[in-house]
Design a protein around this ligand. Structure first.
Ligand code: SF4
Length: 710
């Protein structure tokens, strides 16, 4: 592995009177290595320095990373449990909060059945907590209603990889390989802003002659450095991928030996791709034929190429098809399972990879075992010390769980480390659902927009107040270290789950003293599953700069490259997808003539509950805006900085216009990191992908007009 250890000690900025504690960033899936500076006298967190020796970021951090430490002792931290009394939160003791939770949970289950309780998890937590949230719901609360915010993030990539490659590991190669690749094909990823330290790998690759292709409706900072920018109409990804496939076949770029030996479905794909000529593809996507041809030649000629995608591709009602049609490209070029080549999804949340592997998803058990597989249920039940008949069946996806509140199926919810009142689509529907809940508990360290709906808020710890593991975008399991004791009366989520489970009479299944106890149970629960962690220990992670799963036994070194010899499918071969393109759930009409898309900015993270509290980040980007092309602006007589009203079939909102040529003239972009009247997700479509149940955040029809006031 190409590790850059250059003079790491010389660059170590260690100061007198301070300790450096190595850990990883709390934000995105890069999980950049950093040292937290702690004042030896006061024990206070005083700053952050990058870790030069960490292979993924090699001394680089983005603006979020360098300020992440400011969350830990932030004055907005919730330090004691809060109970809502007469519409206002009042501080309480843990005993009073738990008494109330126990009484309400038991009353609701007695009246409506076990499944009336629900748990909504999150993947900014460690693997230990993500694992335990699944056990907490199924064993502690005995409900089938469990899902998590990764449903809005990684589910289409997971669905696509499972169907195409037989397994859902976000990257088929380790990141430092990137500087040895000849071509990067980035689809729906503004890497420079969303995974900023990754962009340097592409820069380094390009310095050595590699080419960059970017497919994005916006000319993002990432697209700006591309050799070809495929400025496609939102919602047309699979058509674009089929168009590139058409040319790979026609121009002789297919690796027939690889296809013959390792791939199913080529003839069917060839038939579908036949019609996707550059002209036909251009008609659907809006991308000029010559750009499609140029991209196909660049990608086709590269000896070592990677296809990488992100939420732009995945957050669509055909997100799984999109993932699979882009994965097709890497398969027919014979690129998967090799050095500096392959396919990857860039993980949004810190533990977006590990958090989806160990049973936080409505249909999965630890190690990617399926709840519908009786053998899997039997195995995990044994690890958990319950009878298989006690294991609840599969529940429903995150948005469907929130929606089911309207139908009375779900009556109470425990939201953990997540903010669905900002991050869900069609927010008016979600807000009214949260209001309807008979009882809502939220665990978080800042009072989120979701917590404002709660009856009880439990103060959780930040990432710096507990140890554990996460799994980064590469599939590398890494160690998060404890920096300080929990602030105030806050507690780690695993302790909160265990104590509530105890109140529900299930405490015998939650006997843990520390995170490592949970990790050891997770190792066992995942043993023999696709995401097998059995051979990973805290000690091994620290010795080896992380361990890539699968790692089935203690002697196993881990698996940086997956699929080298075969795919984990019944016949060992990958499956190409031959699929016609379909329109998004909503198309432009006379009434709603423009396209709305949403996304991130470099200064904020997800719902913004953390980053909107950091002064520096807010100074850089204090509010959302509507980015639009000058031609669109002139259609509505809008000037830069004017307030515009955007309206979809669900709701309307007002934001400032930001006029730029760096976007298609039929598309408006709004960043989604704000809540309430500034929430872009008031407008987005809750149409779901049939396989991943991912909402279509990235495309809907919108109308706009210049507003006279805020
Ligand atoms: Fe943190 Fe991601 Fe920025 Fe790295 S790139 S510092 S992990 S937010």
């Amino acid at each position: 592995m190409a590790l850059d250890y250059m003079a790491s000690k010389a660059k170590n900025l260690h100061r007198e009177g301070e300790s450096f504690i190595p850990t990883h960033c709390s934000y995105c899936g890069m999980q950049c290595g950093m040292n937290i500076r702690v004042d030896d006298k006061s024990g206070k967190v005083v700053g952050i320095e990058p870790r030069y020796e960490w292979p993924v970021n090699q001394g680089r951090l983005c603006p979020k990373g360098v300020t992440a430490y400011q969350q830990v002792e932030h004055p907005d931290r919730i330090l004691r449990p809060l109970i809502k009394k007469n519409g206002k939160f009042v501080e309480s003791s843990w005993k009073e909060a738990y008494d109330l939770i126990e009484r309400k949970f038991k009353e609701i289950q007695a009246k409506y059945g076990k499944d009336a309780l629900s748990v909504y998890g999150g993947v900014s937590m460690t693997n230990e907590k993500c694992y335990l949230v699944g056990k907490y719901a199924r064993v502690g609360l005995q409900t089938k209603h469990l899902d998590y915010n990764g449903r809005y993030c990684m589910s289409s990539a997971a669905g696509g990889f499972n169907l195409s490659l037989g397994m859902d590991r976000g990257s088929t190669f380790p990141w430092p390989d990137l500087m040895h690749s000849d071509c990067f094909f980035l689809a729906g990823s503004n890497t420079a802003e969303c995974h900023p330290t990754s962009i340097t790998w592409f820069w380094r690759g390009r310095d050595k002659g590699a080419k960059l292709i970017v497919a994005d409706p916006r000319e993002t900072p990432t697209a700006r450095i591309a050799d070809v920018h495929l400025d496609l109409r939102p919602g047309t990804d699979s058509a674009l991928a089929n168009g590139i496939m058409h040319l790979l076949i026609k121009e002789g770029y297919v690796d027939y030996e690889y296809v013959e030996q390792r791939v199913n479905g080529f003839e069917e794909l060839k038939q579908v791709a036949e019609q996707f000529t550059p002209e036909y593809t251009s008609k659907i996507t809006g991308v000029a034929p010559e750009k499609i041809i140029k991209a196909a030649h660049i990608y086709g000629q590269a000896q070592k190429s990677v296809v990488m995608f992100c939420r732009g591709v995945e957050q669509q009602r055909k997100g799984v098809d999109n993932v699979r049609t882009y994965t097709n490209l890497a398969l027919v070029r014979g690129q998967i399972g090799k050095f500096a080549s392959g396919v990857a999804t860039l993980t949004g949340q810190g533990n977006g990879q590990g958090g989806r592997e160990h049973g936080q998803k409505s249909d999965l058990l630890p190690g990617y075992r399926k709840l519908t597989d009786p053998e899997a249920v039997k195995y995990v039940s044994k690890v958990w010390g319950i009878d298989p008949s006690e294991m609840p069946g599969p529940g429903v996806s995150a948005y469907e769980m929130l929606d089911s509140i309207h139908h009375g199926t779900v009556r109470a919810m425990h939201v953990v480390c997540s903010n669905p009142a900002v991050s869900s689509p069609n927010l008016p529907n979600v807000w009214s659902a949260l209001e309807k809940l008979e009882f809502l508990v939220v665990s978080d360290f800042f009072l989120s927009e979701t917590a404002e709906f709660a009856d009880v808020v439990l103060p959780a710890t930040t990432w710096a107040e507990d140890e554990g593991t996460t799994t980064n975008t590469e599939g590398r399991v890494i160690k998060i270290n404890k920096i300080r004791e929990p602030l105030g009366e806050s507690k780690p989520d695993w302790q909160i789950f265990s104590e509530i489970a105890d109140r529900m009479g299930r405490g015998q299944h939650f006997q843990y003293e520390k995170s490592e106890d949970i990790f050891n149970e997770l190792r066992l629960a995942s043993k023999g599953g696709k995401a097998d962690y059995y051979g990973i220990t805290y000690e091994k992670i620290e010795k080896n700069e992380g361990v890539f799963w699968p790692c089935p036994d203690l002697e196993h070194p881990g698996t940086p490259y997956v699929y080298q010899d075969s795919f984990p499918t019944p016949d060992g071969k990958a499956n190409l997808l031959a699929v016609e393109w379909q329109e998004p759930g909503e198309v432009q009409s006379k009434e709603f003539p423009e396209i709305l898309t949403t996304g991130r900015v470099v200064f904020h993270y997800l719902s913004g509950n953390q980053t909107r509290r950091i002064d520096f980040l807010m100074e850089q980007c204090p509010e959302p805006y509507a980015e639009m092309h000058p031609e669109m602006a002139s259609r509505y007589n809008v000037q830069d900085g004017d307030i515009v009203e955007l309206e979809t079939r669900r709701s309307k909102m007002k934001v400032k216009a930001r006029i730029t040529k760096a976007i298609r003239n039929d598309t408006v972009f709004i960043p989604y990191h704000w809540g309430k009247e500034l929430a872009a997700n008031q407008l987005t479509n809750d149409c779901l992908d049939p396989i991943s149940r991912m909402p279509e955040f990235k495309v809907c029809a919108v109308r706009l007009r210049k507003s006279q006031g805020v």
